[in-house]
Design a protein around this ligand. Structure first.
Ligand SMILES: [Zn+2]
Length: 344
């Protein structure tokens, strides 16, 4: 018997042993282990084939052909056994964990943002696309930032308009987000474009259109050449973006921190301009109080009023949501009722 035949016999022997072992495996993991022990990088068959350097080329051809046949046979046994064991194991797993893949899935409730949050984010996206940045300020404010710095000194009758609560320490839950405007201007990082969304508080008797707490979004645009026409253009686009194409009008209004002061009205969404209870028979609803920043506000912040001009606005956000969705009672938005919220 020459050594050629000898190694072929060894290969045959290993092959028979491998197939027998594989066929007797009880679990997939055991099967994989056996396969690796024969066919892996350091498996028995692989090791044998690494040591054929001393054979002639002719002999190596015969050994190579034989080893390929054997490898294919072992792989075939392995694959067949793998399929058999996996099927059994899956069945056992399903039975053990009581999984029935034919049962329809459970209905999962889908949640969504509160309409006020959703519209606020929509507006914030719109303003940031025009170069505005979002800033925040404290809800509990000093009277200075809430009133004085906005041209509403303590003895000014306009202070009565912002009926509010005072805390015992003299601080005030802010009556508008305009207080953020006063804080930002003080930093004198000009030019600037900001919006400041947030909660505000007033001493109000609660009814369909008034709450003691509400959401506002302040806007401020300051630059060297800002004009009233910029204010009109930007706010008209804002209304169009949030409420769709509607008739708008600007009319003069008095706010101590702007000069001139304006109100942006839209045609009443409830009556289409014919006049109804909601619009007090005027056909118009006030949406955005606004105006050119009063020189006194700039002076309080130490900004040169010859060099810089600006405009500001304060959107009552709850009202925007009311108009957007035709809700005639503001209180509905704050009841946390799923019957109502699921409609959005
Ligand atoms: Zn109306």
């Amino acid at each position: 018997m020459d050594k050629n035949i000898e190694i072929i016999e060894t290969i045959n022997k290993i092959s028979e042993e491998a197939k027998k072992s594989l066929d007797s495996a009880k679990e997939s993991s055991e099967l994989d282990g056996i396969f690796k022990a024969f066919m892996g990088k350091k498996g028995r068959l692989t090791e044998i084939l690494h040591n054929i350097g001393s054979y002639s080329i002719e002999e190596k051809k015969i050994i190579g052909k034989k080893s390929n046949e054997v490898k294919n046979e072992i792989e075939a046994v392995y694959n067949a056994k793998k399929t058999e064991l996996s099927a059994g194991e899956n069945k056992k797993f399903s039975a053990e964990y009581k999984i029935d893949l034919t049962i329809p899935g459970k209905h999962i409730e889908r949640f969504h943002k509160h309409p006020i949050t959703a519209v606020l984010e929509e507006a914030a996206d719109f303003f940031t696309s025009m170069g505005f940045t979002i800033v925040e300020g404290p809800e509990i404010e000093t009277a200075y930032y809430n009133f004085d710095a906005l041209n509403i000194p303590a003895d000014h009758p306009a202070r009565d308009v912002w009926d509010t609560f005072y805390l015992l320490n003299g601080l005030v839950p802010r009556t508008h987000t305009s207080s953020v405007q006063a804080r930002i201007l003080e930093k004198k990082e000009l030019p600037l474009r900001i919006i400041a969304p947030g909660r505000c508080y007033r001493y109000e008797a609660v009814d369909a259109t008034h709450l003691f707490m509400f959401n506002q979004m302040e806007g401020l645009f300051v630059d060297k050449n800002v004009k009233l026409s910029d204010l009109k253009g930007i706010l008209e686009e804002t209304v169009k973006h949030l409420l769709g194409a509607r008739k708008t009008r600007f009319r003069p209004a008095f706010y101590p921190f702007v000069e001139p002061g304006l109100d942006l009205d839209i045609e009443c969404v409830f009556c289409g301009g014919r006049g109804c209870g909601v619009c007090k028979n005027t056909g118009w609803i006030e949406v955005i109080p606004c105006g050119m920043v009063h020189p006194n506000v700039f002076k309080y912040a130490g900004i040169d009023t010859e060099e810089y001009k600006g405009f500001a606005f304060g959107m009552g956000f709850d009202r925007i949501v009311m108009l957007k969705y035709n809700i005639n009672d503001l209180r509905l938005l704050y009841q946390g009722s799923l019957d109502i919220l699921n409609q959005f």
